[in-house]
Design a protein around this ligand. Structure first.
Ligand code: PLP
Length: 459
């Protein structure tokens, strides 16, 4: 069959409130032209993030009812722990309320001032937690990973030569761990090959530096290996996952991604002393080590989600449906980061709206226009998010290298006709793209300005 269908049927529905363009003009103005400030009920298709927004299965909901809420020794924790040990093969499993809590605990213990942590590309919470410890988060993705239009099957790969150079110049004593983010979220959701994981691991072992995976989208990464890397097409995703983790000494994980849960995360390692120190810190801020800031029912939902996410029918649908959106946008002449990633499509707003300079935020303008056109919510990953503002000079002094708009696809949530609706909205929008205006910021806070700034369209 050529037609690939959603491999599930809908058991419970959540109505979407339809709206008119004039209603959306009102909602957007009331939100000060900041999509983060729009009420979710006024959004038709919400592609803001794939984090915690997926649909849980009937099995997961059944698990929620079974959740054991005992403070200590919960049966749900045993299920959670044994599932993770079984899939990922680590000795010690520490539950946390989200991925960033796992990061905070790991880096608080391992990093000191002046350390350097290499990664393909650090996710923003990872970077922030490392910098908060006074260390440097260094990105060393391959060159292809930094160019939106070059095609490469594994654009998330780490540049091994740069890794070696970093260790030589910084010294291994100042590198407490090496990380690889699978898939590379900040680099466009691009996968990392098994060969690259193996090479990074071999090198890390040769210089005795622990090697960690930021494993948020481990199943999507494994599926890309299966379909793109030589020698893997006949292996099961489960076997590929096991091989990927066999090269690592530990991992951080946000269960809101490939755990297909609404909340949760965990931290794994094979080192008993480190695990003990992590648990001590966990008790201080997250909770007792058999729940770590989560309810017993969340532990159940995650344990079930981690197995469901490796289902190959699901992954085939997941990767194909993301690609479907990307390919249809390309057909409309909309430039995107190529090839399509696993969880999201990234529109290159700099190329699509060349008449809007970075200091007028082309990505932000496009995100606002997509909301006005079809009630579609997306997120700018460009000069609003990464630009630096000088409050004395009253202007931006640094712009982002790329002006992207990310359309993140929640797991098992939207049907193909809803994605077709997004494509048709973009078709209407592209016809009037030359008339899209740039924007200015009318209020901005000192930190993380994209979440709360106010904007206006320029005349
Ligand atoms: C989401 C994410 C995190 C952080 O996880 P949270 O659960 O949001 O705290 C870390 N790394 C990557 C690659 C992510 O996508």
């Amino acid at each position: 069959m050529k037609t690939i269908i959603e491999p599930f049927r809908i058991k419970s529905v959540e109505p979407i409130k339809m709206s008119t363009r004039s209603a959306r003009e009102f909602y957007l103005q009331a939100a000060h032209y900041n999509p983060f400030l729009i009420y979710a009920k006024d959004v038709i298709i919400d592609l803001l993030t794939d984090s915690g927004t997926g649909a849980m299965s009937s099995e997961q909901w059944a698990g929620i009812m079974r959740g054991d809420e005992s403070y200590a020794g919960s049966v749900s924790f045993q299920r959670f722990e044994s599932t993770i040990k079984d899939i990922m093969g680590f000795e010690y499993v520490i539950p946390t309320h989200q991925g960033r809590a796992a990061e905070r605990i790991l880096f608080s213990i391992l990093c000191k001032d002046g350390d350097v942590i290499p990664n393909n590309t650090h996710f923003d919470t990872t970077r922030a937690n490392i910098e908060f410890r006074g260390a440097e988060a260094r990105d060393i993705v391959i060159d292809e990973g930094m160019n939106p239009s070059t095609d490469h099957p594994f654009k998330g790969n780490m540049n091994i030569q740069k890794l070696k150079d970093t260790v030589n110049s910084v010294g291994r004593d100042r590198i407490p761990l090496i990380m690889l983010t699978i898939t590379n979220n900040s680099g466009g959701g691009q996968p990392v090959s098994m060969e690259n994981i193996r090479e990074v691991s071999n090198f890390a072992r040769s210089v005795e530096i622990p090697f960690y995976l930021d494993a948020c989208r481990f199943a999507e990464n494994a599926y890309f290996i299966k379909i793109r890397e030589e020698g893997y097409k006949d292996k099961t995703v489960r076997a590929i996952v096991e091989e990927m983790f066999s090269y690592a000494d530990g991992c951080t994980m946000s269960a809101k991604k490939d755990g297909i849960a609404n909340i949760g995360g965990f931290l794994c390692s094979n080192n008993p002393d480190l695990a003990q120190r992590e648990k001590d810190l966990l008790i201080l801020t997250e909770g007792f080590p058999t729940y770590g800031g989560l309810a017993g029912r969340d532990l159940e939902a995650i344990a079930i989600g981690l197995v469901e996410v490796m289902d190959e029918d699901y992954l085939k649908y997941r990767i194909t449906s993301t690609g479907y959106l990307g390919e249809n946008l390309l057909k409309l002449g909309i430039p995107i980061v190529q090839p399509p990633g696993g969880h999201a499509i990234y529109i290159d707003a700099k190329m699509m709206l060349p008449h809007i300079p970075p200091n007028q935020y082309p990505g932000w303008a496009l995100a606002c226009e997509m909301y006005l056109e079809g009630g579609i919510r997306s997120v700018e990953i460009g000069s609003v998010m990464f630009g630096k503002h000088d409050f004395e000079q009253k202007k931006d002094v640094v712009h982002a290298p790329m002006e992207l708009v990310r359309l993140a696809i929640p797991r098992r949530t939207y049907t193909q006709s809803q994605i077709d609706y997004v494509i048709e909205s973009m078709e209407n929008l592209i016809k009037r793209k030359d008339k899209i205006h740039g924007m200015k910021i009318t209020y901005q806070p000192k930190f993380l300005r994209h979440f709360s700034s106010h904007f206006e369209f320029l005349p």
